[in-house]
Design a protein around this ligand. Structure first.
Ligand SMILES: CC(C)(COP(=O)(O)OP(=O)(O)OC[C@H]1O[C@@H](n2cnc3c(N)ncnc32)[C@H](O)[C@@H]1OP(=O)(O)O)[C@@H](O)C(=O)NCCC(=O)NCCS
Length: 287
């Protein structure tokens, strides 16, 4: 792992910028504690409702405030421990406030000098930018099913959020098709001379054919053509070897802590729907 401080800063700022944009608004317009930033997206998956305290730790009272507001909305959410945090203090406060470690992710970066030769595209794979409402729906359904599991409500909400991001002209959404059927996704989020790589997913039955690598490569090509100075991403354990093969270098760790809403009095687990495990499928079936 390189400890290049500028790469670490870029990974963190790209991560924050992405979640600030994916959120449709702050958690509350008023009385937000000054030491936290929290965003709600309208998607009932923890990955889309997030809180951070960049550059510092957060007071226990502020963490409780965030947990209560998301609890009022009956939304699961993640608190990201960032490279700039005082990790030991923040981690112990999150645990005291009822958060549990959900996933350890790796921050990775790629400079133009580290680019690898372009990746061969699997036979029959066509990659298109999603520029219409229908294609954005293909993107959202395929990304949701590839990363979590089939979930039409979440896919609709993700389609609405990403359609709005795309209109801001800073987001590229790609869908990979085989025989006319959507099978894979990737997204690029342009910010401050960086491209953040997100939403790389291949439907389970189409994996291990080089599709994920081709989808990532195509997003990177869009970034280099736009003149970006660096690509950044935050990889889940299942994605790191794919990205390392493409030249990405690990530079830091980020920890995601989960807090789910308390069970409802009528027995339903949360707004997410009964019986669905909110963790990405890769965590339930490693490898
Ligand atoms: C991670 C993910 C996108 C990879 O998609 P994929 O289409 O299988 O990706 P690739 O085929 O390019 O690479 C996957 C593996 O298949 C191997 N592979 C590629 N082409 C192959 C071929 N023709 N024959 C056999 N294996 C092949 C690659 O070497 C790679 O192995 P590695 O992971 O040990 O390095 C997919 O597993 C996924 O959607 N996971 C859930 C969502 C997720 O975790 N996304 C990453 C977020 S950071």
């Amino acid at each position: 792992m390189t400890r290049d401080p500028s790469a670490v800063r870029d990974v963190e700022s790209g991560h924050l910028a992405y979640f600030e944009s994916v959120g449709s608004g702050r958690l509350a317009e008023t009385d937000t504690p000054v030491d936290v930033r929290a965003y709600v997206s309208g998607v009932r998956l923890p990955l889309f409702n997030v809180a951070f305290a960049p550059g510092r730790t957060a007071r226990l009272a502020s963490i409780g405030w965030v947990a209560d507001r998301f609890g009022d909305l009956r939304l699961p959410h993640l608190w990201w421990l960032l490279p700039s945090n005082d990790r030991r203090t923040l981690r112990s406060r999150l645990e005291r406030a009822g958060y549990t470690l959900w996933e350890e992710s790796i921050g990775m970066s790629l400079d133009p000098s580290g680019r690898r030769a372009s990746v061969p595209r699997p036979s029959g794979l066509e990659i298109h930018e999603a520029t219409t409402g229908l294609a954005v729906r293909d993107f959202a359904q395929t990304f949701t099913e590839g990363t979590f599991e089939r979930d039409p409500d979440a896919a609709d909400a993700i389609a609405r959020r990403f359609a709005s991001l795309r209109r801001q002209r800073e987001t590229v959404l790609l869908v990979g098709y085989l025989g006319g059927h959507p099978v894979a996704t990737s997204a690029g989020f342009l910010h401050d001379g960086l491209i953040g790589v997100h939403a790389v997913a291949t439907l389970p039955r189409f994996r291990h054919q080089g599709i994920g690598a081709a989808m990532t490569d195509e997003i990177l090509e869009r970034g280099w053509s736009a003149g970006i100075r660096r690509a950044v991403l935050v990889a889940s354990p299942g994605g790191t070897s794919l990205y390392a093969r493409m030249g990405f270098v690990a530079c830091c760790r980020l920890l995601a802590y989960l807090r789910e809403p308390k069970p409802r009095a009528d027995g339903r687990k949360s707004g997410r729907g009964p019986g669905i495990d909110p963790r990405p499928s890769r965590l339930r079936s490693p490898g």
